[in-house]
Design a protein around this ligand. Structure first.
Ligand SMILES: Cc1cc2nc3c(=O)[nH]c(=O)nc-3n(C[C@H](O)[C@H](O)[C@H](O)COP(=O)(O)O)c2cc1C
Length: 204
């Protein structure tokens, strides 16, 4: 059982969530997990202006994903920060390079799932995940979310990300808020849940 976690993170919030998703994957016996970043599309100059260079350096040890790797996985869990309520351009560019895989039906029947991050509480986490699902469905993925059996998503005693569509975190306007324990628990749950479904599918 091979699970790929493919993500883009500018300031590190999705990176932290991706690590928690990986912990959840590893809870399933026999599961192998690999973390991958999608290629950067912005210049170093632009990244510097956006205050992202330090965070980028701290993620430099994560290998950059090649599109062909998607075909080798049983499940792919994608992570993206929200950009105007949608996935980020880096992720879109990566997915737009998967036409060869689409032509061969190479991703049909794999499990696909998405987690997200936004600056504000209602800044588009759900629309980001749901609009991402459209691409996954075109590629034939079996789309999996974060069911309410993850009880942390019903909490109202604290501000929290997470919805039936997938785990998410709220980064704050200056990126000052880090993923909370509840949000990380959601990410772990999603990792485990996706892997469990993928292994059931693999067993036929
Ligand atoms: C061009 C741009 C558009 C953004 N659009 C939104 C948005 O629509 N809603 C929101 O809440 N945050 C928005 N953000 C904030 C990012 O989602 C936030 O920086 C990100 O979730 C942090 O995750 P990261 O540290 O993994 O990059 C935007 C940021 C940029 C640079």
């Amino acid at each position: 059982m091979k699970v790929l976690i493919v993500y883009y993170s500018m300031y590190g919030h999705i990176h932290r969530m991706a690590q928690a998703v990986a912990e959840g994957v590893k809870e399933v016996a026999g599961a192998e997990v690999a973390l991958r970043r999608v290629p950067e599309t912005l210049s170093e100059e632009v990244l510097q202006k956006m205050g992202a260079l330090e965070a980028q350096k701290s993620m430099a040890n994560i290998p950059v994903c090649k599109v062909e790797e998607l075909a080798t996985a049983d499940a792919v869990i994608f992570g993206t920060p929200t950009r105007f309520g949608n996935m980020c351009g880096q992720m879109k560019q990566f997915l737009d390079a998967t036409g060869q895989l689409w032509a061969k039906g190479a991703l049909v029947g794999k499990v696909g799932s998405v987690f997200a991050s936004s600056a504000t509480q209602h800044g588009g986490q759900e629309s980001t995940i749901l609009s991402f699902h459209i691409t996954l469905l075109h590629q034939g993925f079996v789309v999996v979310g974060l069911p309410y059996t993850f009880q942390g998503q019903t909490r109202i005693d604290e501000i929290t990300g997470g919805s039936p569509y997938g785990a998410s975190t709220i980064a704050g306007g200056q990126g000052e808020r880090l993923p909370t324990e509840n949000e990380l628990a959601a990410a772990r749950y999603q990792g485990k849940h996706v892997t469990t479904i993928a292994s059931k599918l693999a067993r036929g």
